[in-house]
Write a protein that binds this ligand. Sequence first.
Ligand SMILES: *Cc1c(COP(=O)(O)O)cnc(C)c1O
Length: 397
Amino acid sequence: MLEQSNSRTIRVVKDTYTNVEALLREKNPDHPVYCIYPHVYEASTREFVEGFVGRVLFAVKANNHPKILQVLQQGSVQHFDCASMAEIELVAANCPDSTLYFMNPVRFAGDARIAQQEYGVRHFVVDDLSGLGALLAEIDAANAVIFARIAVSHESATQDLSCKFGAAVDDIPTIIAAIAANGAEPAVAFNVGTSVKSPEAYAYAIGIARDVLRKLPMQIRLLDIGGGFPTIYPDFSAPAIKEFIDRANEAGKSLPLSPDGELMAEPGRALSSSGMSTVTRVLLRKPDSIYLNDGLYGSFWELTANGHLEYPLRVFRQGQPLTGETKPFTVYGPTCDSADVMPTALDLPIDITVGDHIEFGTTGAYSLSGRTDFNGFYSDTIVTLSDTESFPPRIGD
Ligand SMILES: *Cc1c(COP(=O)(O)O)cnc(C)c1O
């Protein structure tokens, strides 16, 4: 990265450090720094791509940072689930030779045409007949796979997405018939929710899809089981990802798909969360509270939305771990809005002070992709950490 400084000399801005301690010692950052642990991404993507029997699409909305997209592609993700033209352009620019999917029933007029003609997109999704009509008016149906999305909900999903998208099971045969009659390949999709707590949710939803497939007059080649695979946070526990993948693989075996049939999955959180952390700095200390340089309008916005209120954390002073006795602190973000506060008190060293840094781990999902520049606070500093440590430590590290 090159940066123009006022003296018109060009200095190289380092974007790789050995580890967090080295980053803090060498850069002593005032602004939030997002840290990539490439070996963690390598391991988490490999686990999913090798473990799941079908095609793995990364749901771009979970983390749309160009560097993260590149790291995921290096980590063997070749398919990207995009929801908008902007996401399609972003992936096309950063992940050459990847396959792009336009998997949102809601699109601007004309975007499906551009996606197909200019970006080679072949896969689309609808959940009603009016949306199908609009899509068919734009694309070459003979060169398209159109998914009919079923509304499926399971009590173990932290956020139930079926209340927004998806057609009732009874309406799917009509939509599938219309897709086929217009010359496109029909397929079926569902999305259970996000931060799903039980592997049974996938078996349950695949069971619903199985019943739908049985009633269709033709065999379907592709069933997309969506995302929702959870990440473990300090206040959110769930079985290991492998159990979800195994359960989905198992349930998928009994599907009446065509002989060349294939499952697809769209993990967002599971692929992007664990390989990134957020390094923040304390800007103000009061007796029972601290104010950080990042907050709920920045990369911590998900903490009010998706069922977990915390990330794992560790504290540093001058690049060295700060340990010792702790007590609960209210942790505010830097903006003037009183809603800019971590939803739960965090245990921190009693002598934490201005200038100390806090690294929050597993922040890679639903952080960068939704941060704002509200009140003028925004960081786009992202660095790579090159040694094989990770935070939190991975099992087996
Ligand atoms: C949000 C979303 C995903 C990704 O969800 P995760 O919980 O991050 O895995 C996948 N598919 C669809 C259709 C989505 O809306």
